[in-house]
Design a protein around this ligand. Structure first.
Ligand SMILES: O=C(O)CCC(=O)C(=O)O
Ligand SMILES: [Fe+2]
Length: 332
């Protein structure tokens, strides 16, 4: 794909979808017209009973969180600074250094599935320990480190609160989940408008390999999750976070909570930017069903596995799996 930087033309400035981005019928979306599901649970963090959070995590693996106490201005500041990042000229965006503690920028053609490109760009970087990571993040836009640093502090607070609620709801001792999720990884996606979203994909179906993901998606749509073999639109609630259960929490809960498959379809006119924060264990951490959830009637459904082995075995981050694992600090 040719870039004509001087004229500000980018790979997505096209009237029709280039062949390299067209997925096979099995992989591309078939239900773009399906209506938005209005039954995805909305969890009001101040008022929803614990059982409702567990039920949502069990039945859907996905829920919206409102009344979360996360400053709305910080949510929109983060969104704006990432918009600026993805709008910068290519030379400022590509900072890939396969080096620990750095950041990874993935252009649409850097990642392919059977030779087909996703209709998106992606920025990933580690965030733990936060103070050590911040200076390694993108230096442009100049506000990036400050804005995203403050955002991550709030993410830690919110995730910790959600983990405590889930612990209580599952009958785990306080701190059980927080102790296993100290590594944050930020992954931001940029999905430009697409001339024909029925042919392309923003992200293919996958599960998140973390404990939980906290997603800020502004007010844009495109995220879908799989329920009873059907792709359901998550929709958007302004200023809400979307929370989804990852593989590690499914394992710890011995299968009680569900890590739902999800994907992103493209929009015709709208740009979608999403900011996902994955809450991960340390690479050496052994993840297994919590002992209190295992008994004679409910034997362990998953084997104990070191997090880094899980990630390596599943190639959870594709070609970048090694780089990302190296970038998360371990205490050993
Ligand atoms: O853009 C999105 O909402 C999808 C993010 C996602 O699924 C991921 O980064 O794992
Ligand atoms: Fe995901």
């Amino acid at each position: 794909m040719e870039m004509k930087e001087g004229k500000d033309l980018r790979w997505f400035d096209v009237k029709s979808v280039p062949e390299g981005y067209i997925f096979s019928k099995e992989l591309r979306p078939n239900n773009l017209d399906s209506s938005f599901c209005d039954s995805i649970p909305v969890i009001d963090l101040e008022n929803t009973p614990l059982e409702a959070i567990i039920k949502a995590s069990q039945e859907f693996g996905f829920f919206h969180v409102i009344n979360h106490g996360f400053p709305e201005k910080m949510m929109s500041d983060a969104m704006n600074v990432l918009k600026e990042f993805f709008d910068m000229p290519t030379k400022d965006r590509s900072g890939i250094i396969p080096n620990s503690k750095n950041w990874i920028y993935i252009n649409s053609t850097d990642y392919n599935k059977d030779g087909v490109y996703l209709w998106r760009e992606n920025l990933k970087h580690p965030c733990h320990p936060l103070e050590e990571c911040i200076p390694q993040w993108p230096h442009k836009p100049t506000r990036y480190q400050e804005v995203i640093g403050a955002y991550l502090v709030e993410i830690q607070k919110l995730s910790s609160r959600i983990f405590e609620m889930i612990c209580k709801g599952l009958g785990l001792e306080p701190g059980y989940l927080n102790d296993k999720s100290e590594v944050q990884l930020l992954s931001s996606n940029f999905y430009p408008p697409c001339p024909d979203p029925s042919l392309t994909m923003g992200i293919l179906a996958h599960q998140d390999p973390c404990l939980i993901t906290l997603l800020n998606q502004g007010d844009s749509t495109g995220l879908q999750f799989l329920k009873d073999d059907e792709w359901i639109n998550v929709g958007a609630i302004p200023n809400a976070f979307v929370v989804n259960i990852g593989n590690q929490l499914e394992i710890i809960s011995n299968g009680k909570l569900k890590s739902a498959k999800h994907r992103v379809v493209n929009n015709k006119d709208e740009t979608r930017i999403s900011i996902a924060t994955f809450l991960n264990p340390l690479p050496e951490c052994i993840i297994e069903p919590a002992k209190v959830l295992v008994n004679e009637l409910e034997p362990a459904r998953y084997e104990a596995t070191q997090y880094k082995d899980f990630i390596g075995r599943n190639k959870s981050f594709g070609d970048y799996t090694g780089t990302i694992l190296n970038a998360t600090h371990s205490d050993s």
